[in-house]
Design a binder for this molecule. Structure first.
Ligand code: NAD
Ligand code: TYD
Length: 350
């Protein structure tokens, strides 16, 4: 019997992690703690909300006293920490929210765990979920390894880098049992349509311009979100204490090629003539400090813990597009209200 606190479980990746743990480990009690920001959505977890081993706590990790009180009340023995502000463009517009949630929030959880566990670390684990963006930007060749020096460029990646350093510092200073993983770009169902792939899908369905930053030549390494959740399961259970694991899809794409692929698949699915959606592509002003290329070497995870991605990208992207087309009410819901204001602010000036 384990009592696991999963933070950010109502978000994109968190909801897939919560689902996997609730379904695969009925003997664990899973506590999903989430502030329900614009990115958090309990509709993502409808299928597990009535399970006896699932519990939801609405709380803000920036409130340190509340984190301490929750640890005292529930006696969590493990943490899988995903809660974060996660969108680079928002971090450029509002860095302080990222400093608070990603840095202060992480330290509050570290303090609460340390205080509650009191040096008795048997069966305890603090698992911090991070990103490959902490490593900075690659040129046209090479990969990020676990040993690659940190070199973040956006307020988002700098805040994640900072939280990674603090998690390691609590391990080295207080022996807190920690593990960290740094994953490449995720895609799949339930991703908020501010990120590239769901934004493009949503705009194609609405026949709106498809904003491509710069020349669309930046490269990302895409992983299907359920494969990330599977990696988190493996690392949580088998990862070494104090270790870092890179997670990636060996699946590099230029942004423009992804956008064209999504256009082509959606034209087919929506019964539009070939080439219809591509006409919506609009090159817009580049993102400030835009990292050119991310690419993960996930050999350590594969060799030591036996994890590999299970889905090919062609299959994953089709599954993802199908999900959004079958769940248009989810898209309608999250793109009403504040999303319109956000969209106008981000894209009108580009
Ligand atoms: P997301 O924005 O979809 O979800 C974040 C969740 O955290 C939301 O449910 C939100 O309500 C919650 N949250 C935010 N601030 C909070 C606070 N102060 N207190 C409590 N809850 C709060 O993000 P995501 O894409 O699912 O990313 C999850 C984690 O994975 C993040 O730590 C992110 O850095 C990391 N990551 C993401 C990607 C990616 O491609 N999306 C890749 C690698 C790593
Ligand atoms: P994003 O999904 O925001 O992820 P990240 O910046 O964390 O990698 O963006 C993925 C890539 O797509 C990135 O190079 C920026 C680019 N992009 C666009 O070209 N247009 C858009 O509207 C968005 C949101 C992103």
């Amino acid at each position: 019997m384990k009592k696991i606190l999963i933070t950010g479980g109502a978000g994109f990746i968190g909801s897939h992690v919560v689902r996997l743990f609730v379904n695969n480990y009925p003997n664990y009690q899973i506590y999903n703690l989430d502030k329900l920001t614009y990115a958090g959505n309990l509709a993502n977890l409808k299928d597990v909300e009535d399970k006896p081993n699932y519990h939801f706590i609405k709380a803000d990790i920036v409130d340190g006293e509340q984190m301490q009180a929750l640890f005292e009340d529930h006696q969590f023995d493990s943490v899988i920490h995903l809660a974060a502000e996660s969108h680079v463009d928002r971090s450029i517009a509002n860095p302080m929210e990222f400093i608070m949630a990603n840095i202060v929030g992480t330290v509050n959880l570290l303090n609460a765990a340390r205080h509650q566990w009191q040096g008795d670390f048997e069966g305890k684990r603090f698992y911090h979920i991070s990103t490959d963006e902490v490593y900075g930007s690659l040129g046209h060749t090479g990969f990020f390894y676990e040993t690659t020096p940190y070199d973040p460029h956006s307020p988002y990646s700098a805040s994640k880098a900072s939280s990674d350093h603090l998690v390691r510092a609590y391990h080295d200073t207080y022996n807190l049992p920690i593990v960290i993983s740094n994953c490449s770009n995720n895609y799949g169902p339930n991703q908020f349509p501010e990120k590239l792939i769901p934004l493009i899908i949503n705009n194609i369905r609405n026949e709106k311009p498809l904003p491509v930053y710069g020349k669309g030549l930046n490269v990302r390494d895409w992983l299907y979100v359920v494969d990330h959740a599977r990696a988190i399961d493996v690392i949580f259970h088998q990862g070494g204490d104090g270790e870092t694991y890179n997670i990636g899809g060996h699946n590099e794409w230029k942004n423009i090629d992804i956008v064209k692929l999504v256009c082509e698949i959606m034209d087919g699915k929506l019964g539009r003539a070939d080439g219809t959606s591509e006409k919506l592509i609009t090159f817009v002003k580049d993102r400030a400090g835009h990292d050119l290329r991310y690419a993960i070497d996930a050999t350590k995870l594969q060799n030591e813990l036996g994890w590999m991605p299970s889905l090919q990208f062609e299959e994953g992207i089709r599954k993802t597009i199908d999900w959004y087309l079958e769940n248009q009410s989810w898209l309608d819901e999250v793109t009403s209200g504040n999303y319109l204001k956000y969209y106008e602010e981000q894209y009108q000036k580009r």
